[in-house]
Ligand binder design. Sequence first.
Ligand SMILES: C[S@@+](CC[C@H](N)C(=O)[O-])C[C@H]1O[C@@H](n2cnc3c(N)ncnc32)[C@H](O)[C@@H]1O
Length: 331
Amino acid sequence: MKSIVNPSGFASVSLTSLYLAAERARESAHPQALINDPMASYLAEGKGFEILKQVMSFSEHSQLVPWTGIRTKELDEYVSDCIIDKGISQVVILACGCDTRPFRLKFPDSVAQNVSWFLTDLSPVVSEVSGAISSKLAESGELLCQNFKKVEYHPLDLRETASWENFVSTSGFDSSLPSIVVLEGLLEYIPYPGVCNIMNNARSFLMCEGSFICGTATNMATIKPHPAAVPLVNLMQFFKDMGAEPVFGTNDPLADILCSNGFEATHMICSCDKEIVEPILRGSEEVIAQLKRFLRTKEEGITEIVSYIPMNFLWFGGKGITKKEIEKEEP
Ligand SMILES: C[S@@+](CC[C@H](N)C(=O)[O-])C[C@H]1O[C@@H](n2cnc3c(N)ncnc32)[C@H](O)[C@@H]1O
């Protein structure tokens, strides 16, 4: 079978989006899958699976904790809650890569028809992925996407303020309506001043009061691994060699990503939290026992982090929302 997404349109960090599609495909195929991403294996075909194979070769433990599955499931649920419970009708996926959230999430038709999806990434990525998806839809004749008001791909280079301006003026995005913005899998590749620029632009261009934002971050121990953590050192070197060097890590994403950039932070999830990971550990009893030693409960805090363990943080917040959310929960 031929590779559908042409990897020549993908350079450096963009290659990691093919790898993540492969991770979602791997998770979707697992007997205890946390997610079902019907487009993932199609988009990962060829280059994405090739990178996944190399990543898996660095650690025999790489299948034990389904990091990508956890993150995808939690962010999917948050986006769904924003749409269903909070009535948000505009979703902006920044640096979407091969993520296909609108093809994965299902809503009642009466809800879906009011929802507009804006999927954005660098121009070559957007044209490759949207082209591949269009041909898949045409070829399969299946209804892989619900009847949303809009599902559109737009180029948006997050480093360029002019590109944000161009997105807002040409995409049909309505700046007066609250939105949910998703920023998944990118920040670790951006030096911290650039992270702050992206967050500030997201806040000012895409988020009126009552908007929500969520995303991922990686802990410091992953970005600068302990030399004894050989598999992690090798994995980081592999990404560096691919042109995707992880440079930004944080052990306090709510402070560093949200609060420092003028957002209200509501909560975070850490992929090492005991209650998140323990129920879905998969693998041999012996290795699971080893891994369990590193699991933390939320009460133990987030600053005391075991240096060998790569971790994903999921962070959640918004603009002008915390007070409203708290008021809503009060009797
Ligand atoms: C690790 S991938 C994550 C893709 C997707 N969000 C996911 O979770 O599967 C990082 C993505 O960031 C995109 N990216 C890198 N630099 C960017 C920039 N300056 N502006 C917009 N997107 C960028 C890449 O093209 C790539 O698709």
